[in-house]
Ligand binder design. Sequence first.
Ligand SMILES: [Zn+2]
Length: 316
Amino acid sequence: MSSVPIELAAPDITPHRRSATGVDYVHTFDSGKPGPHVLICALTHGNEICGAIVVDRLLRQGLRPVAGTLTFAFNNVQAFARFDTANPFASRFVDEDFNRVWTTDTLDGGRDSVELRRARAIRPFVEAADYLLDIHSMLEPSPPVMICGPLEKGIRFAFEVGVPESIVSDTGHANGTRMRDYMGFGDAASPRNALLVECGQHWERSSERVAWQTTWRFLDRLGVVDRGMAAREIDRAVAPQRLIRVTEAVIASTPAFRFARPFSGLDVIPRRGDIIAWDGEKPVRAPYDNCVLVMPVPNNVKTGLTAVRLGRLEAA
Ligand SMILES: [Zn+2]
C-alpha cells in the first residue's frame, strides 16, 4: 500500500483559517434570501485531500450563495496539518476517528480528544444545516460511491444529485456514529438530509474530479448557487445510477483472515456460496447471487474490524 502514487497535492488551506464565524476554517455566507442552509465538509478524515482541494478552490473563487446560506468547513484540520506524503496513511486522525463521535451523548459527555474538541466546535454548524455533503475518499482503489445511509430520504436524495454512479445504502459502523447520521439527518421524520461521497482512492487524480462534480451537482440541486455557473461546471454525460443495499459487514475474527482474491471495491461475486475470503480455516461465502463488495481492505485487514461490507444490487 505504501506504493500508492500520490497524484494529488495537499492544498495550502492556511489562508482560510481566520473566519468571521469565530471558528477557524469554517466559513458561512448568507445570501439574505430564503433558502436552505447547506453545509459542505472536507477533511473529516485528515488525509482525504480531494475535498480540501475542492473547498479551497471554491473559497478562493469567492463562490457565494444566491439563495439560502452556504457553509464550508475544513473539519479535522489538526490531522491534516500532519499530512506527509512520506507517510500519508498516518494522518487520518490524531486521537480518534472524527466521524465516529456524532451522538449527543458523546458530544455532551466528559471525554476529551483532539477530534472531540473539533467536533464540538463544528457541531453548531452541523445542527444548523438543512443539508450536508461530507466529502471523503478511500484507502483502497474503488470506483466512487455515494453513501446515503439507511433511510429512503437519503436514497432519493442521492439519485437526485445524480452522481456518482453507485449509491450505497448502509447503517454506518458499529464503533460510533457518523456526522451524516447525526440527529435529523438520521431521522426519517425530519426533512434534513445528508450525503457522504467517497470519491475514489485518497490520492488518485480522478478523486478530485469526482469531488468537484458531486459538490456542484449537490449545490445546484438545492438551488443555492447560480444556475448558469453550475451549468458550466457540471458534466452532464453521466452513467445511470444504481443502488447497492449493504446487508452485512464481514468482521475479521482471526489474524489469519485473507481474501480469496485481491478484490477491489465494488467487485461482484456472481454466485451465492462462492468464497470471498478465509477467516482462518473458515470460508466466508457470498450470501446471495451478485454480491457486491463494498470498500474491501485486502491490504489492511485488522482483527476485530470490518474487512468488507456486502451489498445487494438493486435496480434504480
Ligand atoms: Zn473518510
